[in-house]
Design a protein around this ligand. Structure first.
Ligand code: GLA
Length: 386
């Protein structure tokens, strides 16, 4: 099982060697999501938690108006003038995208040096991009005294993802990264942005992630398509029921009357979202009551919905969930995040974790020819200074 502690000193030393200055250090974590998938951009509910893997930023001011970047992970550098930033379809987009958001709002930042690193596996569905955006924004906020609130940073990081990375994501990843709290999940209403912390204490049960190690190129285009399909469903309902703004306002009856006759596929997409919202609220009650078995069963149902109705799974993730389904030591499992690859999240009885990992790893290789990576995550605090 992969578990390691990130060494921020290494980043600091690299920064010093590269820029000959002493930096401030910040971190912003990746996230898991217990349940509530593809609900955030439909103004529904989510239940994410920040994890002990994060993006790390070292930063200092410059005397000119240049932005000088180093990525330790990619072993690359990039320099440009603040006035010249643009999307480049590269790791730089997650840094420059937030600078762009600040400029758009008239918040002047001066030139800066920034070194970026982290231990969130890229492409595993753990929101490394949101973590980078939030860590950079938090760092710039401190460095230039911008006085942004946490929620403002969340919204700006999300806008950066929309405009620079081109993914019309919801707010879950950035919110979880910034507002995460050790040992707690965040129950977030993505419409009102009201949230509550739910203790993520599950006696004798561990959260284990199985990384399928596939990352299909479809992910961002299909993601945006799902969003459009949900919006189309809402628009059709709205023709008959004024005031309906999102799937949050839509009932099963409305879907049946106004969406099903027009398009069975869009109906299925919307129906999944309605059910998932309902399931999430019930799952939060399970968690609060300590009924992990009931929560786990709901996770299995979420997977079925994501696989068959929302169609964002893939054969490898389906295999991983199907395989553990009959294991009595696995209380629940499902694909996690946007889909088309990445990880499954599993609730596993502590005593059985090691044996299960061994078995699943061997069988996964036989079934798919791929190597499974396994992470046992701890739930950590959100964005902050180191
Ligand atoms: C990605 C997006 C999130 C959310 C999930 C699916 O992680 O960035 O906003 O929509 O997919 O739940």
């Amino acid at each position: 099982m992969i578990s390691r502690k990130y060494d921020a000193e290494r980043l600091k030393e690299n920064f010093k060697q590269h820029f000959h200055a002493t930096p401030l250090l910040f971190r912003s974590p990746g996230r898991i999501n217990i349940i509530g998938e593809h609900t955030d951009y439909n103004e529904g509910f989510v239940l994410p938690a920040a994890i002990d893997r994060a993006a790390y930023v070292a930063i200092s001011k410059r005397n000119d108006d240049n932005i000088a970047l180093v990525s330790l992970a990619f072993n690359e550098t990039y320099t440009c003038k603040i006035s010249e930033i643009r999307p480049l379809k590269s790791w730089t987009d997650y840094v420059l995208g937030v600078v762009h958001q600040l400029s758009k709002r008239g918040m002047a930042v001066g030139g800066f040096n920034l070194a970026l690193d982290g231990d969130i596996i890229i492409g595993a569905g753990l929101s490394s991009s949101a973590a980078v955006e939030c860590s950079v924004l938090y760092a710039l906020n401190e460095l230039f005294g911008l006085r942004l609130s946490r929620i403002e940073m969340v919204k700006m990081a999300q806008a950066a993802e929309h405009e620079f990375a081109g993914v019309k994501c919801g707010i879950m990843d950035q919110f979880a990264s910034v507002f995460g709290k050790a040992d707690h999940a965040v129950q977030l209403d993505c419409r009102s942005l009201e949230y509550q912390y739910v203790p993520l204490y599950m006696e004798g049960v561990r959260i284990v992630l199985f990384n399928s190690n596939v990352s299909h190129s479809l992910a961002s285009s299909e993601y945006n398509t799902r969003r459009q399909q949900c919006e189309q469903g809402v628009a059709w309902v709205n023709e008959h029921v004024p005031g309906v703004q999102s799937l949050r306002d839509v009932s099963h009856d409305m879907l049946q009357q106004h969406v099903l006759p027009k398009d069975a596929l869009i109906y299925r997409r919307c129906k999944y979202v309605l059910e998932e919202n309902h399931r999430l609220l019930a799952a939060c009650d399970d968690l609060k009551k300590g009924d992990i078995a009931a929560l786990g069963q709901k996770m299995f149902r979420t997977h079925e919905g994501l696989s068959r109705e929302y169609e964002v799974s893939c054969s490898e993730l389906d295999w991983l969930v199907q395989y553990v389904r009959n294991e009595e030591d696995v209380l629940g499992a499902r694909m996690m995040g946007g889909g088309f690859g990445g990880c499954s999240i599993n609730l596993v009885k502590e005593s059985a974790v090691d044996a299960l990992i061994e078995k699943v790893s061997a069988e996964y290789r036989l079934a798919t020819g791929l190597t499974l990576s396994v992470y046992a995550v701890q739930i950590a605090d959100g964005t902050g200074k180191i």
